[in-house]
Design a protein around this ligand. Sequence first.
Ligand SMILES: [Zn+2]
Length: 172
Amino acid sequence: MKNMNFPYCPQCKSNMAVGELGYNYCQSADCDYIQYNNPTPVVAAIIEYGENNVIVAHNRMWPKGWYGLITGFLEKFEHPDECVLREVKEELGLDAEVIQFIGHYSFKRMNQIIIAYHLRANPNQKILLEDELDDYKVIPFEKAKYWPAGTGYALRDFLVSRGYEPELKPFS
Ligand SMILES: [Zn+2]
């Protein structure tokens, strides 16, 4: 789905073609439809669990050894502050609270804008993984590493703001 150009116009079914500015234009003279391919907003959660630990999880679709933040798409009309709490509840079974907005990060490969938060989850609740996840780790902040992508930079900035000097772990 990422950056996919429609072959046919969703309004009039004429052919589409990439033109000026890289947008995808309807080729009919009677139609002004343009597919802009705007970035998709995605929330990401840096979840503090217990004292100075972060939760990272492994998606079934990812290569072995890759762990990342909990992320999710906004539902229709949903505010990111609510979305991030819903995603953490759905994917890990944890109730959490938003502590701080961390920042916005570009994830160009997927044409996404990552909206990153620091959350604190209830440490008395057990983690219950949703189907799309098959593993998780609870990592002390001082051992956490970041990765070269939007969510990784969010984790780096969060850790630096807390006085840590995280190492970069490249994708292998
Ligand atoms: Zn059209």
